[in-house]
Design a protein. Structure first.
Lengths: 212, 212
DNA sequence: GGTCCAAAGTTGTCACTGACAACATGACTC
DNA sequence: GAGTCATGTTGTCAGTGACAACTTTGGACC
């Protein structure tokens, strides 16, 4: 082992993500992390000013991955605006399950309250992405009377809530692993149902599809 | 000051709630709490086995208050099932704003993961309350094709998400204090719109009001 | 009214943590 | 090969949660 580790920063981030995924953010300790990696207890300070700084870095990286993940899913879903919007929501929930460490960090209150510019920009980007998709879905007849902002916030809140409830293992009536995909699909369909446009209605019915 | 404090347990809970409301759960320290109250650093241990135990007690008390708060709001809303269901959702979000310490504690991952029987029962009770209300709303024609469980989980997830986003001060596009009530009303109306039953439709239209 | 005793506080201590300061190492530059 | 600067290291400090051992107090009981 050389005196200089070489890529300690990356190793710290990876190992921290693993610890968070296994034992939660509370259980993360800079000293334990350093011990684990085989480096002195003060080494992490060279790369992260303090614990919050490490979490912030993790959240920033995670938020970029989230955007990539979600955009890839939306693109794979095709051009139908309703299908695309739905795919966006499902991908968000899936990300929270596939990368729990990133997701927990991103939504951690302490981190959220002291977000840096990079993290703030990721949030704005998320808002834009969903807003664009919502506008297209509105053009296809969905929720014509609501503002785009309201729709975005509502949709974000819902997928965030679904993710939170899936992360809470003690919640009753939660699906087991085999039914997870179907569960997510049902939940997001309650936000936007890609198969419920005018086609299922007879011609004389109102073309606007106001919800509820 | 007598040697025996008298009602230290209650004072601890109240002061802890105040600290959490002001500075968050992370900032809560048993020693600082004891110092603050003017009692020795080990005194809290007589009443709460450890820090998690104090948080658990706070969460339990909070969950009872939440149920009372929400039921009172629902009862005040009248007998129309849709209005009642809507009131339930709005009250949930309002509780999170009015009693942030309780709400944060209830939804804290660590607390949620190690819930005691009392807390678990409160959760089941919440599920029952919402399920009963959802059944009545379904009988009035709302979302006839969904299972009650799905509706409950979906609704809970959404109000939880809305509460989470309101608690996050850095979120863009969030309402200022004057518009809060209207914002909450709009968000919950997207779950269930109490003013959108069949009455607004002409007679030959489908009586079932499938969403989206 | 004196005695016992358990509940409720106290002091003292331990291991652990995050943060900081001072020092050591080594890679790169000129 | 001297200088310098990023990157590690050692040493230390105050704060924390948890625990053990001791003290005070107010009733219960006779």
């Amino acid at each position: 082992m050389t005196y200089h580790h070489g890529n300690l920063r990356k190793v710290l981030l990876d190992r921290a993500a693993a610890v968070i995924a296994e034992q939660g953010i509370e259980a993360l300790s800079l000293r334990a992390l350093a011990r684990d990696i085989g480096v002195s207890h003060a080494a992490p300070a060279r790369h992260f000013k303090d614990k919050a700084d490490l979490l912030r870095a993790l959240a920033t990286e995670g938020s970029h991955r989230l955007l990539d993940y979600v955009l890839a899913a939306a693109d794979a879903a095709g051009t139908d605006p309703l299908v695309r919007y739905n795919a966006l929501g499902q991908a968000y929930v899936r990300f929270s399950l596939e990368f729990p460490a990133y997701y927990r960090t991103i939504t951690h209150p302490e981190v959220a309250a002291h977000a840096d510019d990079d993290l703030m920009q990721s949030r704005r980007r998320w808002h834009e992405i969903v807003a664009d998709a919502a506008r297209e879905a509105q053009a296809a007849g969905w929720l014509p009377e609501e503002t785009v902002d309201d729709i975005v916030i509502y949709s974000t809140a819902t997928v965030r809530g679904v993710a939170a409830m899936l992360a809470d293992p003690m919640q009753g009536s939660m699906p087991d692993e085999r039914n997870l995909d179907a569960f997510i699909e049902r939940m997001v369909r309650l936000i936007i149902d890609p198969e419920a446009p005018q086609k299922s209605l007879t011609g004389n019915e109102a073309p606007k599809r106001k919800r509820t």
